[in-house]
Design a binder for this molecule. Structure first.
Ligand code: SF4
Length: 702
């Protein structure tokens, strides 16, 4: 916290994973805090997008939770912190005694800082459960799984800076940096494109990325507008095109034979998988002309440095792990990993979704992605913590919510909104009522908060300090201007108070975030060489194994962090979405986010500037479908799936393919997640947000 509120403080934008630096202006009162540019901020050099510029608007919003509340006879009443803590501790103890520690789920938050998520997962494990997770489960759990298994680390292989300087071709599949990562797009990727780099976009929806690179206006770039859920066949065409060309003309070097031989394993499996693969049938399934895909394959295989960007269009499928594995296959057979300007690069959504995973707020890993069922790793952390950690991985957040009222009786939610963020949200709202006890720790009364038994009012990002980790693994410090509401508390203080009371021990007592970070780095090998002093204003890219390490802007120069040291290639085959169109629901619904909004809209829909841009949800409908259904642009329509319906405005546009409709999850009254399917990827347990069967009808109302 700043000692003198009249000095501007340097911190990090609370929205997306780009990690732009901003300043909070010197305010007489924290409530008057204003945005100021930070001209030499390491990531963005002063530039921000609309969200970053409006970030301070909600700090003093009238809806802020200002005092602890306890629900009695269905109504919230104000309580003291001591009352609230005592209630939380009594109920957590009761549930553990009656049902065991796995009867409680703990939800961390990618909108809170590393230290806070570190302490939350430590609290869960001290309680005796690995049922701790965060919203990466909803966005990139499958990416993390595939990257960790096949390359070594669940993160971007490269950095925005080396991509800007060295990349010749961006393969952007299921990601939309023009909308979701605007500063990364404009300041890094677009600069590379202005210097001659090519863009291949693979997405069912034409969007701001399409427009920012003027993809439709030049032959150099391509937009492969595939049907939702056909990413595997499309990439298999790319892979087979490269394999066949290499067989005929090995001298062209489309496959990097030396790299494959010396640094990978599994190439034969890929070849076997593709031996009988029918490219023409696959192209038809994708809805993209075969020659366009083959041309894109040639472009990827013939540049010096090609980088893949992968987003939630790939990860949010029941086959999400296989989707990302196929991108890894493409990068590995062409030798596009381990050098500047290459790699497989997930663009992370929230400002600390990378860090929340790094610090172990997941059911299967401890800080630094050490597996909970690896005895040696677990024992090393136990030695530092001084208590036993359960050896079995816990439940993921969607699995926890599937168990509400069954094996799970209690829920501790820090800064999350599962009633709106999870798929099949209507069912989540029903099931959460079967819980015996719910704690919500947040800044606003979210849709989840109404089901809480206790509300713990937290401070916002602008009021406190700590660290966050951006999409290219850069750990940066945040700094705050002080409390707006006296009776709120920092998340760290709340967790520390609950932990100290629950376990009657000093292992949750810390003198501020730096002391927590010092403990974190002792148990987290990839952060081990960092300190607040070393982070300074520039931050450091992990891994930083030893004090003095400068961090790595790109990974795997010498070897992969797998058991064999080799990158793992594995052929994968098409798995259609769990729901495909039929007579009753003849359309495919897919979902995505908007530049001006953020997740469940808890902050962004309360921001006047952002809300003015898009105050309500809408659905994109292709003109041919609009004609068939008698829909005019601007009509109010009911969009329906097997799980619910929402009423939204129709936008008739060729941005979407015929037979596909597209909407967003940001608005409580009409969120896409009332419609989405909660079927999970078997391994990563990520839900299939990106494809569901749907129907649409014009409302009878004028
Ligand atoms: Fe914030 Fe992301 Fe915009 Fe940067 S690009 S200002 S981090 S929302």
């Amino acid at each position: 916290m700043s000692s003198d509120q009249s000095d501007p403080v340097k911190t990090i934008c609370p929205y997306c994973g780009v990690g732009c630096g901003i300043q909070l202006s010197g305010a007489e009162e924290p409530a008057d805090v204003q945005f100021m540019p930070w001209g030499d901020a390491p990531v963005n050099e002063g530039r921000v997008c609309i969200k970053g510029g409006a970030a301070t608007e909600v700090v003093d919003h009238e809806d802020r939770l200002t005092d602890p509340q306890i629900k009695e006879d269905g109504e919230f009443r104000e309580a003291t912190w001591e009352e609230a803590y005592a209630y939380v501790v009594d109920e957590l103890e009761r549930i553990r005694e009656e049902y065991g520690p796995d009867a409680v789920g703990f939800f961390g938050s990618s909108k809170t800082m590393n230290e806070e998520n570190y302490l939350l997962q430590k609290l869960a494990r001290r309680y005796g459960t690995n049922n701790v997770d965060n919203c990466t489960r909803m966005c990139h759990a499958s990416t993390v799984w595939a990257l960790r298994t096949s390359l070594g680390a669940g993160a971007m292989t490269n950095s925005m800076r080396d991509l800007r300087e060295e990349c010749d071709l961006f393969w952007i599949q299921g990601a939309n940096p023009g909308e979701q990562h605007p500063i990364a797009n404009s300041q890094y990727f677009r600069q590379a494109v202005l210097d001659g780099a090519t863009v291949i976009q693979v997405d069912p929806h034409a969007n701001k990325t399409t427009r920012s690179f003027k993809i439709d206006e030049t032959d150099r770039h391509q937009h492969l507008q595939l049907n939702p859920g056909t990413d595997i066949p499309l990439l298999n065409i790319v892979l087979k095109t490269i394999l066949e060309h290499h067989e005929d003309q090995p001298e062209d070097g489309w496959i990097d034979e030396e790299f494959v031989a010396e640094r990978t394993e599994g190439f034969d499996h890929l070849k076997e998988t593709l031996a009988d693969f029918d490219e023409e049938a696959a192209a038809e399934e994708c809805g993209v002309p075969l020659e366009e895909i083959e041309l894109a394959a040639e472009k990827y295989a013939t540049v010096d440095n090609a980088a893949i960007f992968t987003g939630m269009g790939m990860s949010q499928h029941a086959c999400g792990v296989d989707n990302v594995q196929n991108e890894i296959n493409l990068a590995l057979i062409t030798g596009n990993v381990g050098r500047p300007g290459t790699g497989v690069n997930p663009l992370r959504g929230q400002n600390n979704v990378q860090g929340t995973c790094d610090v172990g707020a997941m059911p299967n890993v401890l800080p630094g992605y050490q597996l909970v069922d690896d005895d040696a790793a677990r024992e090393a952390v136990e030695d530092e913590w001084g208590f036993e950690i359960p050896a079995e991985p816990g439940l993921t957040n969607v699995e926890i919510s599937h168990e509400f009222g069954e094996s799970v009786k209690g829920l501790y939610v820090m800064g999350e909104n599962p009633v709106m963020s999870e798929p099949d949200a209507n069912r989540v709202a029903e099931r959460i009522q079967d819980l015996e006890f719910v704690v919500v720790q947040d800044i606003f009364p979210t849709e989840t908060a109404q089901y809480a038994d206790v509300l713990l009012p937290a401070t916002t990002w602008a009021e406190r300090g700590g660290t966050v980790t951006n999409t290219d693994r850069r750990v940066q410090r945040m700094r705050g201007v002080g409390k707006v509401h006296e009776n709120t508390k920092h998340d760290l203080e709340i967790l520390s108070a609950v932990g100290s009371r629950l376990f009657d021990a000093d292992e949750f007592e810390f003198d501020g975030p730096e002391e927590v970070f010092e403990e974190l780095r002792r148990v987290c090998p990839i952060y081990h060489g960092m300190s607040y002093d070393r982070l300074g204003e520039e931050g450091l890219h992990w891994p930083c194994y030893q004090p003095g390490d400068e961090g790595d802007p790109y990974l795997y120069e010498e070897e992969f962090d797998t058991e064999s040291g080799r990158g793992r290639i594995e052929g994968v085959s098409h798995q259609p979405p769990a729901e495909t169109p039929d007579d009753e629901y003849p359309l495919i619904l897919t979902t995505a986010r908007l530049e001006e909004h953020y997740n469940t809209g808890t902050m962004s829909t309360r921001s006047p500037t952002l809300n003015r841009q898009t105050p309500e949800n809408f659905v994109d409908v292709h003109p041919a479908d609009a004609e068939r259904y008698g829909i005019e642009d601007g009509d109010e329509v009911v969009l329906e799936s097997r799980r619910g319906e929402i009423t939204v405005e129709a936008r008739v546009t060729e941005d979407i393919k015929e037979g596909v409709v597209w909407t967003t999850p940001h608005f409580a009254a009409a969120s896409a997640n009332r419609l989405t399917n909660d079927v999970l990827d078997e391994r990563a347990k990520i839900p299939e947000y990106k494809a569901a069967a749907a129907e649409i009808a014009v409302t009878l109302e004028p």
